[in-house]
Design a binder for this molecule. Structure first.
Ligand code: KPL
Length: 310
């Protein structure tokens, strides 16, 4: 299949490299010239679960750009960049291109749906991906990627992407309730990512810490209550998924902790912040998600200052 992946972060590089190795036509698109230069020069450096390092040559382009011939445009930018991406790619992609969000957080799908008339899919992954620098990714844990149509029905393209991912060693399944999948994953991320950022603990250590487990469960119970209040049918029990993900990605640092360590903005607003605002609208109390949001916003501020001071 012909994929273009916008966003050459850890997930974009992991999926790009694996799909390329499996023989698919992949173009990576990114907006940072340093990342582009590195991938042009050295390809994507993919460190496998067993430590093997492979350099995968993948065409890379500076975005935003026109992407003719793309069957599937995979959106792998941070959730806070989805709106800007939608604005800059409107009019740049052909009507027959399928747009698929492969992101954390809530409301990416709605943003893409309001910008494009194209078929919109969403995918939610529990693959562990750790960035060691521009174009350098470590596959820290195997997971599963669930793919589904934004409107519920699953097209032929959806099934073909599932097969492409499977044959690239990225286990995939289709779901006819992708919103239930995205909410379950967001509830889990809201109980992993801020806690790992605040404690600087990798995923495996979070699972072993009783106090953190208690906070995580309170955050998840709030998220579950909010999702029920807005009529979401969750796929799976987030509390079970939480443990399963932590145990299958023990060596991973959550994406939010990776952002904090680089002094970057985090997805806290699209995770705990989104649970908080849906809670306010529906009258469900979400004090733990509220506190986690405020703490990570403070942490963003201090880590920005610390990394910019060297
Ligand atoms: O989605 C992730 C993230 O870090 O954002 C998990 C699956 C929790 C892996 O760390």
């Amino acid at each position: 299949m012909r994929f273009s992946i916008v966003g050459a972060g850890a997930i974009g590089c992991l999926f790009g490299a694996r799909l390329r190795i499996a023989g698919h036509d992949v173009t990576l698109v990114h907006r940072d010239p340093i990342v582009i230069q590195e991938i042009k020069k050295n390809g994507i450096k993919l460190q496998d679960l067993d430590g093997t390092l492979t350099k995968v040559s993948v065409p890379v382009q500076m975005g935003p750009t026109r992407l003719p011939g793309t069957e599937v445009l995979i959106v792998a930018v941070k959730a806070y960049d989805t709106r800007a991406l939608a604005t800059s790619y409107r009019g740049r992609i052909l009507p027959e291109t399928t747009v698929m969000s492969l992101q954390n957080g809530l409301s990416n799908v709605e943003t893409l749906q309001s910008a494009f008339r194209n078929e919109i899919l969403a995918a939610s992954t529990t693959e562990g991906a750790l960035s060691l620098g521009p174009g350098y990714v470590v596959h820290t844990g195997r997971g599963v990627t669930l793919i589904g149509g934004a409107r519920g029905a699953n097209s032929d393209t959806c099934s073909r992407i599932k097969i492409a991912f499977d044959t690239a060693g990225l286990k995939a399944k289709t779901s006819s309730n992708i919103h239930g999948v995205l909410w379950a994953k967001a509830i889990v991320n809201a109980a992993i990512n801020p806690l790992s950022s605040l404690t600087r603990l990798p995923n495996g250590a979070l699972a072993k810490n009783r106090g953190i487990g208690e906070i995580a469960h309170s955050a998840m119970n709030e998220g579950i209550a909010v999702s029920h209040a807005i009529g979401i049918r969750l796929v799976g029990d987030p509390r079970k998924l939480w443990r399963k993900i932590l145990l299958s990605t023990t060596a991973n640092k959550s994406s939010m902790l990776q952002d904090i360590e680089r002094g970057r903005m985090t997805e806290i607003r699209q995770l705990n912040g989104a649970i908080l605002s849906h809670g306010k609208k529906t009258g469900v109390k979400t004090p733990v998600n509220g506190i986690l949001t405020k703490l990570v916003l403070g942490l963003e501020e201090s880590s920005k200052t610390m990394t910019s001071n060297g």
